[in-house]
Design a binder for this molecule. Sequence first.
Ligand SMILES: Cc1cc2nc3c(=O)[nH]c(=O)nc-3n(C[C@H](O)[C@H](O)[C@H](O)COP(=O)(O)OP(=O)(O)OC[C@H]3O[C@@H](n4cnc5c(N)ncnc54)[C@H](O)[C@@H]3O)c2cc1C
Length: 482
Amino acid sequence: MMKESLGLIDAHLKEEGISRRDALKLFGTGGAAALMATGTTGCTGTSSNAKGKILIVGGGLAGMATAAGLTNALSNPDITILEPNELSTSYQPGQTLVGGGVWTKDQVVYKRDDFLPDGVTLIKEKAVEFDPDNNTVKTSGGKTIKYDYMIIAAGLKLDFSKIEGLGIDQSITATGDYSAVSKVLGKNGLASIYYQQGSEDTWKEMQKFIAEAKSGKKVKGIFTHPNTPIKCGGAPKKIMYLTDARLREAGARENAELTFYPNGSNMFGVKEYHDAIVNQFEARDMKWNYRHNLVAVDPEKKIATFNRHWEEKGEWDEDLEEYSIVPRSEKVEVPYDFMHITPPQVAAEEIANSPVGSGKGWVPVKKETLQHVKYPNVFALGDIVAVPMGKTGGSARKQYKVVIENLIAVMEGREPKAEYDGYTVCPLITSLSTVMLAEFNWTGKPTPSFPLDPTQERWIWWLLKVYALKPMTQYGMLSGRA
Ligand SMILES: Cc1cc2nc3c(=O)[nH]c(=O)nc-3n(C[C@H](O)[C@H](O)[C@H](O)COP(=O)(O)OP(=O)(O)OC[C@H]3O[C@@H](n4cnc5c(N)ncnc54)[C@H](O)[C@@H]3O)c2cc1C
């Protein structure tokens, strides 16, 4: 199937005057080796005899890719990974496709141990205490690990407990133990693709919703986006587009009202993509209400409560010679038949409240070099890192190469000079056969890898999303080659 699809991608690219090899190069995946995993060179082209004990906290996508890349680049690697979750390397971007019934859950579940690079020591425990002044970390099993260099790649936590009425008191991770949420989510019309089992349950709940609409009942589907940074900012909308597409496929779209309730006041931080999405929503009769943050749910009555917030002009300020701005808010109750919740997202407590964390929890780094602001022998990347717009696998794919180059520079006594430019990519699924490939960086402008209008929904990007990105991640990134 993949071979067939790559053939189709090739044919389409050819029509646009691009070869697949060039396309992969453009996309930054290092060409054919990315898809075949036969290459032997490191992703950075760096090779070094530098020595030192490297500790990586978190063996998810970013941590494992970094371990693999360092193993390729160092002649004497001494790397330890701390990772308690045996499914940590699972393919989270695929959870959206599982939620929309395109894939099944088993297509995104990967075993961490299958991706452990040769020679790397894995400790199946959590880091619970950080003492960066003495270069030590304590683990959940009571070990004290001494390191020369540390890389923090511990991802983020999904904090459904911030939403009243769900009866959830613990945060969970996207691929770990979800028992804290299983009593209330994945049933009675409440769904979330943000955790692995939730993605399978989303498809079940969506099908019930569609069946109700098909039976002639007028139904309401609502989709939330919280007031915290989130991983994959496009996912709350992608699952809405897929619900729309599945309703149309069932011939039941006219019986369903679909409304997006984001906390923010636009569809996308980049104007070009915002405008494109507004047009796509209008064309599909998908509604939206900005500045709504989900604060409570009554799962019995199926009512969601949002904090609607806005600003008003206040008194004239004599000193500043301008009107003051007064924040206002009110609670708004919205009945639903099906609700997709994108939960508030936070850094794990043991990191947020440690010397390597920050007031907001995320690990503070110099945003270009990804070196910790206080501890030069510490780097961070992936969802845990305090950089703007960086919480996607696409950003981690750029970041891990920067971390490898800069860590090796520090190990060799040089200045870290490699720079991350804020690149990220959101393959925005807009139907069951189209994707808008939204690429951008800190310039706030589209930064397309391909010479094609990036605001257009295209079938070729659907093929890329459904057939190529997973093997690129599995064989390219997790082997440290692309
Ligand atoms: C529904 C959904 C859709 C997405 N869609 C896309 C997409 O289309 N494109 C895209 O590029 N990205 C997408 N992403 C985002 C992407 O999957 C993440 O950005 C990426 O996985 C981040 O990698 P990470 O290594 O930082 O975090 P993770 O892969 O989550 O790994 C972090 C690991 O750290 C471990 N950990 C946590 N605390 C500790 C501790 N104290 N000690 C030791 N280990 C610890 C955890 O167990 C976890 O395994 C999506 C994510 C979701 C949930």
